[in-house]
Design a protein around this ligand. Structure first.
Ligand SMILES: Nc1ncnc2c1ncn2[C@@H]1O[C@H](COP(=O)(O)OP(=O)(O)OP(=O)(O)O)[C@@H](O)[C@H]1O
Length: 236
């Protein structure tokens, strides 16, 4: 599903200094896995997620997403890849003046779905995260944890195969953070592959999942999770 083979990523700033964000990273993630990605600030977590999302390309090595080596794709092909990947950030970036329904249906309208279909699918996504009854509210009326659930619904409404979350629980209290991860885990159970970047030691100990740890751009450890159970059904 996702395979890094000796991937390195360097950035060159405008003073021509090069910064190695990732160095010779190799690992494989199967369909339907839930993986935590951790490491200190600057270890390369966001860079690794950006590569999977097709926002950046590796400087060296190859990166296979669903069998396609995206390091060999021309830049103009990357937006196509992005349709297979949903992203949730620490800052939810919900549109403040739009209702929850309007926020969640937006990716569907952008990709050419009719308003009727967009509404139906957006409502189904809001229902999955437990917020259908509040579809007409604006984001500011919700708690931080509920706003993050809306962001998850929006990231998954296009039914991407892969979900990337960058510190999705950073501003949440423990119980709310657990709920947000449980919502993500529910999608993994129906076949989504999810990678969650987090510093939060509590979450890492609370969920017995695989943990990839980066240190100064290198893959320091890969702690296996439990043996994955088969997905209940495909997430097509
Ligand atoms: N666009 C960029 N241009 C230049 N350097 C970059 C860029 N993106 C990341 N870097 C550098 O690459 C290294 C890894 O950064 P990255 O943001 O991936 O780490 P991180 O583990 O996500 O950190 P944090 O937890 O603070 O978000 C850092 O030294 C950073 O300064």
């Amino acid at each position: 599903m996702i395979e890094f083979k000796h991937v390195s990523k360097t950035f060159t700033d405008n003073r021509r200094h090069t910064q190695t964000a990732l160095h010779d990273v190799s690992f494989q993630i199967d369909k339907g896995e839930l993986v935590f990605l951790t490491g200190h600030s600057g270890a390369g977590k966001s860079t690794l997620l950006s590569l999977i999302a097709g926002l950046e390309q590796p400087t060296q090595g190859s990166l296979l997403i669903q069998g396609t080596d995206i390091s060999r794709l021309p830049r103009q092909a990357l937006p196509y890849l992005r349709r297979h990947v949903g992203v949730v950030f620490q800052e939810q970036k919900l549109l403040a003046d739009r209702s929850l329904l309007e926020n969640v249906r937006l990716p569907l309208l952008v990709t050419g779905h009719s308003l009727t279909e967009a509404n139906t699918r957006a409502r189904a996504a809001l229902d999955k995260v437990g917020l259908l009854a509040r579809e007409q509210l604006k984001p500011a009326a919700l708690s931080g944890g509920d706003q993050q659930r809306v962001a998850i619904a929006r990231a998954l409404v296009n039914r991407p195969a892969i979900l990337l979350a960058d510190e999705p629980t950073a501003n949440l209290d423990r119980d709310t953070a657990i709920h947000v991860i449980e919502v993500l885990r529910d999608f993994v159970r129906v076949g989504v592959t999810a990678i969650i970047a987090t510093h939060d030691e509590f979450l890492l100990s609370r969920f017995p999942t695989r943990i990839l740890t980066l240190a100064q751009g290198r893959l320091a450890t890969d702690r296996p999770g439990p043996v994955a159970s088969a997905p209940l059904r495909g997430h097509a």
